[in-house]
Design a protein around this ligand. Structure first.
Ligand code: UDP
Length: 329
């Protein structure tokens, strides 16, 4: 097959920017589409950049007539669970309606391969862990519902229009580019590892632990942290799967190892050598006690082999990025 041309929607964001870099390194041609609402132009390290919003259907039409994309990867969505509860309209409009605009532009222009950033949030409060893909889908907040709605839309679009998709259900994306060029730049930041590292570097005063009274060994929530580079490699494998004529599928992406919030804080203390001030805080609404992936399907069907699958590597890379952002490395 000739060099694939991939449209990366949301390629200026955290995971999307790592994806653009990996695709370019692997010899793909890349166009990034981003409205820069939360992304950064300078995070897009190469390829063509197009500034546009998915709500702008004429702009999408022009993009798809100017390029014959082999596949589309879609990273552009709002991701804050708490905000989604307070402002559901924002989430349904961006994560569902705008995704429909993108899918409809693909159908209208005969582009038939789609890789979607889904989430463990589709499962809600799991009845057991590790969670396989066929676990019931009971999202407990608008964010999770938007992801599950799009997955269901994708099933219908495959049936009706032959649009093949791979939905990748991320557990807790974390870490940074091992070469130090890219990292997490959310403002406001809400994720645990970058917030702990801000407390370690002095950019924040403390880390708040949201709840010590969960039914877990140390009372704090357990999550499955997966390195952003490993997530991107799974996308690349999903792309190959679709380019080879593979069927639509959904896959969990996680390492299958759960770490509690307190364990992550302790690992960060050890790795950074800094004292990190902890403040106890109430539970955050909508947090399930345990989320751990059973990612057997991605390993078997995509051949996914997470390589940076230990918490130390994730924290080390995120710490290098935090220090670089502060100009201290
Ligand atoms: N968390 C915390 N303090 C923070 C941010 C997060 O205790 O300042 C906890 C949160 O309650 C959850 C875990 O860390 O149990 C991971 O949260 P994050 O927002 O990073 O990811 P999520 O699991 O919501 O996708």
């Amino acid at each position: 097959m000739p060099t694939p041309l991939v449209l990366v929607v949301g390629g200026a964001g955290y995971i999307g920017s790592h994806m653009v870099k990996l695709l370019l390194q692997q010899g793909c041609n890349v166009v990034t589409l981003d409205n820069l609402s939360t992304g950064y132009r300078d995070a897009v390290v190469g390829g063509e950049f197009r500034l546009a919003d998915l709500a702008d259907q004429p702009a999408l039409g022009r993009l798809f007539t100017q390029h014959r994309f082999d596949a589309v990867m879609h990273f552009a969505s709002f991701i804050q669970v708490g905000e989604s509860v307070k402002e559901p309209a924002k989430y349904y409009e961006n994560n569902v309606t705008n995704t429909l605009n993108l899918l409809n532009a693909m159908v209208a222009n005969g582009v038939k391969r789609f890789i979607f950033s889904s989430s463990a949030a589709v499962y809600g409060n799991p009845h057991s862990v590790p969670i396989p893909e066929d676990h019931p889908k009971n999202p407990i907040n608008p964010y999770g519902r938007t992801k599950w709605m799009v997955e269901q839309i994708l099933e219908d679009y495959d049936h009706a229009y032959g649009l093949k998709s791979v939905s990748l259900r991320y557990f807790n994306a974390a870490g940074a580019d091992p070469e130090g060029q890219l990292g997490e730049r959310h403002e406001p930041e809400t994720h645990l590892i970058p917030l702990i590292l801000r407390a370690a570097s002095g950019r924040a005063q403390d880390i708040k632990i949201f709840g010590r009274d969960y039914d877990t060994p140390d009372g704090t929530c357990i999550r499955d942290y997966v390195h952003v580079t490993d997530l991107c490699e799974a996308h690349r494998l999903a792309l190959d799967h679709l380019l080879e004529g593979g069927a639509s599928a959904a896959h969990n992406l996680g390492n299958g190892n759960g770490f509690s919030v307190a364990e992550v804080v302790n690992a960060a203390k050890r790795i950074t050598g800094r004292d990190i001030k902890i403040t106890e805080a109430p539970r955050r609404e909508g947090d399930p006690p345990r989320l751990v992936a059973d990612a057997t399907r991605a390993r078997k069907e995509l051949g996914w082999q997470p390589r940076l699958n230990d918490l130390d590597a994730i924290i080390n890379h995120a710490w290098a990025w935090e220090r670089r952002s502060l100009g201290t490395s």
